[in-house]
Design a protein. Structure first.
Length: 354
């Protein structure tokens, strides 16, 4: 048996084709080296923080694993930035660069460019940041058959606030909720923004739309009307509802503003129409709900005087709780939607800077 095995081994060795035998050339085994340059895309920071109206750079660089230079020089490098939606199933084009070709898309046109501080720098510069720019961005680098990606989150400093219109609680479908936030100098809040607001103490028992189409609400103090006393604090999720037929409140998000928010000193109290005209006469406009929340949260604005706002509501911002002025907590106090023609209040105005 051992002799037979020995003969088989000898036969296998003799079967290896000889380099000089062209008739057996096609039988040779070709070994492919798989440890050549591999493209790597890296974001040095996973999260970047900024604010509305500011400029920001989303970091992204590309390397070859076995070389020290940015590119191999054999293929043109294509850099593409997209914005990811909440479910990652759809991407919104932001910017594409290949050679000397540069193109921005949609609302990003004229506001985006590459930093290009080095040959391997694919970082995206965004100027004049808008509230809608908040979210996750994907940096994709393509060279020949190789490609790789990195994801960067752009967070905005701001404030989340619940909103319902004059019609009252649970009167907005998803599309109406979007418009309601826009009319109040804000956008619909994302789940991440609502979650951060809950961690900072936001407690609101009314369910509201979020930008992903879900309906949720934040509870820090469990109680009977809000899930029960024995439930744990958290962001309660109602799930996803029909955007046309279902009606809820909405959670809006706003950031700082380029302007001045102030209470108008006036010799008399005013009806709503008189308040609108008083702000115009002062070179301003009647302030929006998003602006009073931004001034309160981000600037520490504090005033115990109730005043009209653009949506016909009356509110006042308290940053220093005290007797007769929200003694228990700092908050934007809501008086209600009074009769516009007969009720008299002060007014909050907003003057935009050019």
């Amino acid at each position: 048996m051992k002799s037979l095995l020995f003969l088989v081994l000898i036969s296998v060795c003799w079967a290896e084709p000889h380099p000089g035998n062209s008739s057996l050339e096609h039988e040779r085994i070709v070994h492919i080296q798989e440890n050549g340059p591999r493209l790597l895309v890296v974001a040095e920071q996973a999260k970047i923080f900024s604010h509305r109206g500011g400029n920001v750079t989303l970091p992204c660089k590309f390397y070859h694993e076995h070389t020290s230079t940015g590119g191999s020089g054999t293929h043109k490098i294509r850099i593409k930035w997209t914005k990811l939606t909440y479910d990652y199933l759809k991407e919104v084009d932001v910017f594409v660069a290949m050679g000397h070709h540069r193109k921005g898309y949609g609302s990003y046109q004229g506001r985006v460019s590459l930093r290009e501080s080095s040959e391997n720098d694919a970082s995206l510069v965004i100027t004049n940041i808008m509230l809608e720019d908040y979210g996750r961005y994907k940096c994709e680098v393509i060279e020949g058959l190789e490609d790789d990606t990195a994801v960067v989150t752009l967070n905005l400093e701001g404030v989340v606030f619940p909103y319902s219109p004059r019609l009252g609680r649970y009167n907005l479908n998803f599309h109406e909720a979007q418009r309601a936030c826009a009319e109040q100098d804000s956008v619909m809040a994302s789940f991440d923004q609502l979650y951060d607001a809950w961690r900072s103490g936001l407690d609101w028992c009314n369910a509201g739309w979020l930008s992903d189409g879900s309906v949720q609400y934040p509870i820090t103090k469990p109680r009977e009307p809000c899930g029960g006393r024995n439930t744990v604090p958290g962001v309660r999720n109602y799930g996803f509802w029909d955007k046309d037929k279902s009606r809820y409140d909405v959670f809006c998000f706003t950031s700082n503003f380029n302007g001045r928010f102030y209470y108008l000193i006036h010799p008399t109290k005013l009806t709503y129409d008189e308040a609108v005209q008083a702000c115009l006469k002062d070179g301003s406009q009647i302030a929006k709900v998003g602006q009073i929340f931004a001034a309160w949260k981000l600037l520490g604005y504090d005033r115990c005087d109730a005043g009209w706002l653009a949506d016909g509501s009356v509110r006042y911002p308290i940053s220093r709780p005290r007797k007769r002025c929200s003694p228990s907590e700092a908050a934007v106090r809501f008086v209600g939607f009074p009769d516009k023609k007969h009720k008299l209040y002060g007014v909050y105005c907003f003057r935009a800077y050019n």
